[in-house]
Design a binder for this molecule. Sequence first.
Ligand code: LR7
Ligand code: MN
Length: 536
Amino acid sequence: MYDIWSILGFQHELSERYIRFRDYKRTEPLRSGPGEKGNPLYLEGEEKKLADSLIEKEAFNRIASDKIALDRSLKDVRDKRCLDVQYPKVLPKASVIIIFHNEAWSPLLRTAHSVVNRSPPQFLHEVILLDDFSDKAFLKTDLENYITKTWPDGIVRLVRTKERSGLIRAKIAGAKAAEGEVLIFLDSHCEANTGWLEPLLSRIHEDRTAVLCPEIDLIDKDTLQYTGTGSFSVGGFWWSLHFSWRPMPHHERLRRQSDIAPIRSPTMAGGLFAVDRQFFFKIGAYDPGMDVWGGENLELSFRTWMCGGKLEFIPCSRVGHIFRSSHPYTFPGNKDTHGINSMRLAEVWMDDYKRLFYTHRKDLLTQDYGNISERKILRERLQCKSFKWYLDNVYPEKFIPDENVKAWGMVRNPDSGICLDTLQKDEKTVFDMGMFHCQSGGSASQVISLSNKDQLRREEACLDAPGGDGSRLSLRPCTEAKTMEWIHFKNNGTIVNKLTHKCLDIGKGTSGGYPIMNSCNGKDSQKWTMQHYINL
Ligand code: LR7
Ligand code: MN
């Protein structure tokens, strides 16, 4: 339990600066204090009360965060094999762009400190704090003074937008202000961990078309505990155009030569990534017509793959992010910016597949998404590939509800006018299937496909019915189980489980009906139609 610098008698303050300019493989400062080594901080008494009273407004525990050193130490959570990797001595330099709007003091500055302290100085061109028109008083002169006092060498600089731009235009502004060869974007509540920078830069050095995400570790919003992600998931998407995490697919496991090799991913979460500056602008930066929050992450992901780049997660690069419970800032005009931004993305990049987005977001059809001609010209000019190419080559596991299926749409019992319905439950959990009045306008939670593999499924989950008479059906991750296979007889309307030979039926409870399994009896409650028949 010692580090070489304390043995040599350096004060920590001093030794950190010294090491910063000499040896970037420095050890973490040896300190004990709240939150050090990424440990959790539990508040008590009055402090806890105060923290609880603020949590709704701030969407994380600001009191705990404020008690933790702005340059706290972290545990090195990397795979041990990362320590043996030799990176080139000469690498392109990075501009790290931290965008923020009304961010709390301690997370913002902890992000900046973590970047400066854990980046080899020869590879760090600058850190840009890009203020998207915050109005909190402490983000004015107090912040300016803190920056000049703390980093007199000017490595950290503040750039402010002249109006509220939203995070997408703020990122464009940051990229324009940056001078480094490589751009690295971070949210304003992150902590870069040991060795985070070199693997990103060296991969870009190798391939200028690679857009790279660090592995995103978890900083707990209540205790600020830093926990390494162990999952090495990849990014996907829902047809509603929300980002999702999914397990690394089998073909990618096979392709990779080592457990610490880059992981190809169809999409990124959006906030934390590195990209060659020239390549970023070449493929169209971001769509400046997108407002406030949402959609730009999938837009950049699709565009990167379709226009000649690639998207990868880098296991040896680790950055933590505070996952907050809500957005602690306003949405001017109260617009559904995710929805409207996603329309722009669907219209420009998804070709015919935009139909599946609108199937899930019928409510948006009347919305005005503005002018997209510039983005269409961009796609034309870059000669980007089709969305079908993307699905076939980059995301072949993605289930397409109306392709390679026997039938799809609402599963309706004509007698009662009731349809199978997930009741909007989270498809990543296991739950009992529900039912509801059929929504003629279309509701995503009623869109079910009978696939060519005879599974009755939603996007990610399948109907499973192993039980006997009166048992309920569950929606759970699709497997090869026979209890997940079904035959739909169009002539008599029955939907029969292949293993149990029971029929889909309607049970009655105190709070309405729900689907159950029963011995087939020819009654009206066992007759079903599917909305669209393709091949049955
Ligand atoms: O108007 C705004 N202006 C801003 O500058 C609104 C926000 N911001 C800043 C804000 O201060 C923050 O630093 O933008 C950043 C992102 O906002 P968050 O933290 O509220 O977003 P998020 O973490 O909930 O959202 C994720 O999805 C967004 C979609 O638009 C962005 O891509 C975020 O960057 C992204 N964050 C991540 O991917 C972090 C890792 C999450 C995971 C997994
Ligand atoms: Mn964030």
